[in-house]
Ligand binder design. Sequence first.
Ligand code: HEM
Length: 228
Amino acid sequence: MWLINSSIGRKVVMSVTGIALILFLTFHMSMNIVALFSGEAYNMICEFLGANWYAVVATVGLGALTVAHIVYAFILTAQNRRARGSERYAVNGSSPKVEWASKNMLVLGIIILLGMLLHLFNFWYNMMFAELMHIEMQFAPSDGFSYIKETFANPVFVVLYIVWLCAIWFHLSHGFWSAMQTVGVNGKVWFNRWKMIGLVYTSLLMLGFLVVVLAFAFGCAPSLCCAA
Ligand code: HEM
């Protein structure tokens, strides 16, 4: 099939799955911002997204998107390396035009994957998985607020999450406009505009996540002053 056999088809899959994952991140970041202001409101959202059938279906869909994105990333990287042969080293070594993030998309992707495993263990495993499996955990499955407080009270997790968020930011800063290029944004003017839009958008996105980590790490989230 075209989406599997042709090089452009594979790039389209990378781009479309990447854009869908950015949309998920936009939703996830907006949801997390609520935790800054009200633990009760945040836990209401967590309850809505708990082990309900629609949330489980969405999680499976999200997992499929992520797996497709990662598998295609490995295929495309292997294909590019085969096509370029030893020339790839010359490009890596000296071309100032090729950005750092662009050259290191796979390495960044691997750091992101490891961070994601930690993150799923910190939250998804304790919440949705525990609810589905009827496992008793430290807090109730919909008490995302307590899990956030607990996680970011540990400085090791704070540092690991900051590194993880930086890796995601680098990855997205390149991935966003690369995806736009693949889905047909052409011309120098629009190329530069999308690059700027992508940089601003992904920076705001990651700052939104970072603010939550830091506000809980330093105990200065407004929601903390009235939490039980
Ligand atoms: C750093 C701040 C973050 C916090 C406080 C946070 C918090 C949470 C919480 C509480 C859940 C469980 C939601 C539930 O099961 O109801 C969750 C799930 C999840 N988070 Fe995060 N998250 C953060 C960053 C991220 C980032 C940067 C990503 C992606 C790169 C991400 C990806 C996910 C995924 C894929 C799930 C599972 C979603 C599902 O069950 O469908 N999170 N997160």
